[in-house]
Design a protein around this ligand. Structure first.
Ligand code: NAD
Ligand code: IPM
Ligand code: MN
Length: 332
């Protein structure tokens, strides 16, 4: 039976809580399927920095590289020193952020099923900038190479997953230097995929349409910062950040993580919703080639959500993180 080395980074705040819950579910899945997981726990984040002066030790980066896949929960204020260097140094150029409404979940928009394909290496996230007296600069860098690569990823995703349309989201009406580069690359790729419809939307109007008529979206491909904002918005349409998983995917490596952060407002109480991290683990299994196990895990989550007997407070219930994880484990 297959055996995988899974590097886990629990991080800070609710990160440690949702990671413990997810590992518990994966151990139950292992018993059912025979797939073996060898978990390692790696340091990174605010607490680690407070103790050592570094947020992301080189040993953590090396261990992520040596693992078959990595599951990351959340860190706090050091996120830009932790997850950004991991995404960029490992070449994880595609950030996949599905927003799907599940039966039984109090979702604002119950018919949504969108895949946001966010460029994950450049834009404002290159961290090029400076402070001067009374001003600050953050440079937005967009290249043809990264734009072409993410557009191709989005169209390939559409073809492989039976999606009908790819919408490129941009702000070329104002940010012309950068988003002309993004759109030129995206349009050229779109021409190669005659079977997938292609359209474009300006990001502000897209934000509004996501609220009013999200059913019109299928796959969205966009630059890094817009993808960050629109993916939280899309999560809000389908029940909130407690349910939103993601994958940072490159050609060789991948890190899977919930879209949410360390949630200091609810941390330490054991009430965070672990589903976003559990569904990220399902995405990880699919990426590892374990499609059947991934489906089994997703089906167990869906069953628990649909039944609605075990719910964390974000879903209107009174249950705790571990109770929800135990319910998913039992539903496997
Ligand atoms: P957040 O995503 O941590 O929380 C936003 C809101 O959603 C909060 O009200 C929180 O309680 C709620 N929420 C989030 N996850 C939840 C869950 N699993 N269950 C129930 N409710 C949940 O965003 P924030 O509060 O703006 O940021 C807090 C910290 O997290 C910041 O320091 C930020 O830098 C960091 N952050 C880290 C990452 C990451 O590690 N990848 C991602 C986003 C934010
Ligand atoms: C996310 C987070 C990160 C991002 C931050 C915390 C570095 O918001 O994963 O969505 O902006 O990408
Ligand atoms: Mn974000």
């Amino acid at each position: 039976m297959a055996k995988y080395k899974i590097a886990t980074i629990p991080g800070d705040g609710i990160g440690t809580e949702v990671m413990a819950a997810t590992v518990k579910v994966l151990e139950a899945l292992s018993k059912k399927t025979g797939i073996r997981f060898e978990f390692s726990t790696l340091w990174a984040g605010d607490e680690y920095k407070a103790r050592t002066g570094v947020a992301l030790p080189p040993e953590t980066v090396e261990a992520v590289k040596a693992a078959d896949a990595c599951l990351f929960a959340a860190v706090g204020n050091t996120a830009k020193e932790v997850i950004l260097p991991l995404r960029q140094s490992l070449g994880l150029y595609a950030n996949l952020r599905p927003a799907k409404a599940y039966p039984g979940v109090p979702a604002l928009k119950p018919k949504v099923d969108i895949m946001i394909v966010r460029e994950n290496t450049e834009c404002l996230y290159r961290m090029v900038g400076y402070r001067g007296p009374g001003f600050g600069v953050n440079l937005r860098i967009i290249t043809s190479q990264a734009s072409e690569r993410i557009a191709r990823y989005a169209f390939e995703y559409a073809v492989k997953n039976g999606r009908k349309k790819v919408t490129a989201v941009h702000k070329a009406n104002v940010l012309d230097y950068t988003d002309d580069v993004f759109l030129e690359a995206t349009r050229a790729v779109a021409k190669e995929y005659a079977g997938v419809r292609y359209d474009e939307q300006i990001v502000d109007a897209c934000a509004m349409k996501l609220v009013l008529a999200p059913e019109q979206f299928d796959v969205i491909v966009t630059t890094n910062m817009f993808g960050d904002i629109l993916s939280d918005e899309a999560a809000g349409l389908v029940g909130g950040l407690g349910l939103a998983p993601s994958g940072n995917v490159g050609n060789e490596k991948a890190i899977f993580e919930p879209v949410h952060g360390s949630a200091p407002d609810i941390a330490g109480r054991g009430v965070a919703n672990p589903v976003a991290t559990i569904l990220s683990a399902a995405m990880m299994l699919e990426w590892l080639g374990e499609a059947e196990a991934a489906e089994r895990l997703e089906a167990a989550v869906l069953k628990v959500l649909k039944e609605g007997r075990v719910r964390t407070p974000d879903l209107g219930g009174k249950n705790r993180t571990m109770e929800l994880a135990e319910a998913v484990a039992a539903a496997l």
